[in-house]
Write a protein that binds this ligand. Structure first.
Ligand SMILES: [Zn+2]
Ligand SMILES: [Zn+2]
Length: 472
């Protein structure tokens, strides 16, 4: 009978998007995964710091009141879009129905749509009636292998194949809300088209939660397949639903969500009888020492005042039975931080710690680190320019500062290419407190649909305010 001699599972209880971040690209060094934009492109955004390129000031556009009126008018429609998407969730790289529904919607509204980007993604463009900048909005399309535990008329009953097995699927991260908001914006903006400066670009991205094993996907693949080219956006905006009070928008300047790398350590010893450990090399005790050793890196070796970091081992496995010391032990975990230099330092010290502890016991440790998502790093200049827009939409008292989030989000890949701002939309259902609310990825994740209208107003006003400020 096969039993695990050691098994530990650690659930990372942060709110954000990907508690278990798997890279959507093959393991690479910590370079940006996406290719640089063509250097000779006239709109190449790699030309100098964002500060120099952004408009000096962004104010309420002349269309602001009309946007708010249209957002109110579209409120019931956007709720319907959300319920339909919620009832028909699809896993990453399999968002076929979702893409079809949204592509049809966009075309009906007069958008030019490119399908099949990064498997099932969409890139849509709307040309305004006047010259101006290209501004991009991004929403994610994928759901999660979670069984919905909400008593809603439009609760998900969908299933899909995940790792070879049939599993229930649910929009447990709020991506249905993000898509519905972008569908609302896509319906609103064409009504203002003649007066709209510049071009609006929508990125509907698959597989934010990570592509299925062995596949590529998500933001990195969107960029690799040209989502940020023809035309190149000047800036990009994205939002995420969080269990905070409805009506609140939350922002943070600079590093906002952590980088996320996957760690695998295999400790090799020499198998022997459990009664005679000196006749072999015990990888179980070495693995235990490695787990504890790793926890001293952040607490004892790094300047903890620079930025928060976390190393967590989520699974340990080795051995077959009680009286055999096994040949090897495998452990996997995650590495989170907010600083690229500390990220490199963590990787270096993890390797050294595991390898040297193993060496001290005549065992051998092999450390593999797969680079996952970079830090979601909000361009401070862009955020300062757009703060008045968000304050106007939410009301100044409802625009709040967000604490750092140790979860990860692949919006960071777009921010490596162009200035981007990622903010948070409160969707807490009435009658629940922030403390009691189900977190993103929970089977009981619930959203108050009143937040949709605020999301539409926020996204539409960000685009239009920016477009007017940056227009010639
Ligand atoms: Zn998520
Ligand atoms: Zn998410």
């Amino acid at each position: 009978m096969r039993t695990s001699s050691l098994a530990a599972w650690l659930l990372l209880g942060t709110v954000a998007c990907r508690p278990e971040a798997g890279p959507s690209r093959p393991p690479t060094p910590l370079e940006p995964v996406a290719p640089a934009l063509a250097p000779d492109h006239p709109e190449d955004p790699s030309r100098g710091p964002a500060e120099a390129r952004l408009p000096a000031r962004v104010e309420a556009s002349p269309l602001a009141a009309e946007i708010d009126r249209l957002a109110a008018e579209l409120r019931p429609a956007v709720i319907e879009y959300r319920r339909d998407l919620h009832q028909h969730p699809e896993l990453g790289n399999r968002e076929h129905r979702t893409a079809k529904v949204i592509a049809e919607h966009l075309r009906r509204q007069g958008w030019e749509v490119r399908e099949g980007v990064a498997h099932t993604g969409l890139v849509a463009v709307l040309q305004g009636g006047r010259p101006g900048p290209v501004v991009a909005l991004r929403a994610e399309m994928d759901a999660l292998p979670v069984k919905e535990d909400n008593d809603l008329p439009f609760a998900s009953k969908a299933t899909a194949i995940w790792r070879g097995e049939s599993t229930p699927v649910m929009h447990a991260c709020g991506h249905d809300l993000h898509m519905a908001i972008v569908m609302g914006v896509a319906e609103l903006l064409p009504r203002l088209r003649d007066r709209l400066p510049g071009t609006v670009k929508l990125l509907l991205q698959p597989a934010e939660e990570g592509a299925p094993p062995g596949e590529e996907g998500g933001a990195a693949l969107m960029i690799a397949e040209g989502a940020l080219r023809d035309p190149v956006p000047e800036v990009i905006f994205g939002l995420h639903a969080v269990p905070e009070p409805v009506g609140d928008l939350l922002v943070r300047s600079g590093p906002t969500m952590a980088s996320s790398d996957r760690l695998r350590i295999v400790v090799r010893g020499e198998q022997t009888h459990g009664a005679y450990p000196w006749r072999g090399v015990d990888p179980v005790t070495v693995a235990a020492q490695v787990v504890l050793g790793l926890q001293t890196i952040v607490s004892r070796q790094l300047d903890m005042t620079r930025t928060p970091s976390v190393i967590s081992i989520g699974s340990i496995h080795g051995g077959l039975r009680s009286n055999i010391i096994p040949e090897e032990v495998e452990m996997i975990g995650t590495i989170r931080t907010f600083d690229p230099e500390i990220r490199e330092e963590l990787h270096r010290r993890i390797r050294a710690t595991a390898e040297h502890i193993a060496q001290s016991a005549q065992a051998e440790a092999t450390v593999t680190i797969e680079a996952g998502y970079p830090v979601v790093d909000n361009d401070p200049e862009l955020l300062e320019r757009m703060r008045p827009t968000l304050a106007r939409v939410a009301g100044p008292e409802h625009l709040r500062e967000r604490a750092m989030v140790l979860g990860a989000e692949d919006f960071s890949f777009y921010q490596q290419q162009i200035p981007g701002m990622f903010f948070f939309l409160g969707v807490l259902p009435s009658g629940t407190t922030v403390e009691d609310a189900a977190s993103n990825h929970s089977p009981r994740w619930l959203a108050d649909e009143g937040a949709l209208q605020i999301g539409v107003r926020a996204m539409a006003n960000l685009v239009v305010d920016y477009a007017f400020a940056a227009a010639p």
